[in-house]
Ligand binder design. Structure first.
Ligand code: FES
Length: 140
């Protein structure tokens, strides 16, 4: 049911924890399952130098959080915004259809952290990041 990559990131999550002096923090939740994902980013010269997560949720939510942190670390902030849940699912070698929404949380939490980063710098994130709606287990 779960790929090796999912099991690996679930049992050995990367970058778990928080960054006390983060430059951006984003928290999103899924209204249906009640899971919550919180992302912390550290940005230097427009590049995400560190990214950590705290997730209260299912194994897929842990795995998608973990791989998402790896996918944005070292990337320019404007590239990180483009991280899609599809890319997260692909990097994990797939997710069961009823678990796709867990990857949506990963995309949204990164976007929320980036939005917070812009907000702290006095920049309106909406034209850059767009709106972040709470994930409702859309099943896409
Ligand atoms: Fe809710 Fe995975 S079941 S995020």
């Amino acid at each position: 049911m779960y790929t090796e990559q999912v099991m690996e990131h679930f049992t050995n999550p990367r970058n778990m924890g928080e960054i006390p002096d983060a430059d951006g923090v984003g928290e999103v939740g899924n209204a249906k399952c009640g899971d919550i994902m919180k992302m912390f980013i550290k940005v230097d010269n427009g590049v995400i130098t560190d990214c950590k997560f705290k997730t209260y949720g299912c194994g897929s939510a842990i795995a998608t959080s973990s791989i998402a942190t790896e996918m944005v670390k070292g990337r320019k902030i404007e590239d990180a915004i483009g991280l899609s849940n599809k890319a997260v699912v692909e990097a994990l070698g797939g997710l069961p259809p009823h678990k796709i929404h867990c990857s949506v949380l990963a995309e949204q939490s990164i976007k929320a952290a980036v939005s917070d980063y812009y907000r702290r710098r006095g920049i309106d994130p909406l034209p850059i990041v767009g709106e972040i709606h709470e994930c409702e287990g859309c099943g896409i």
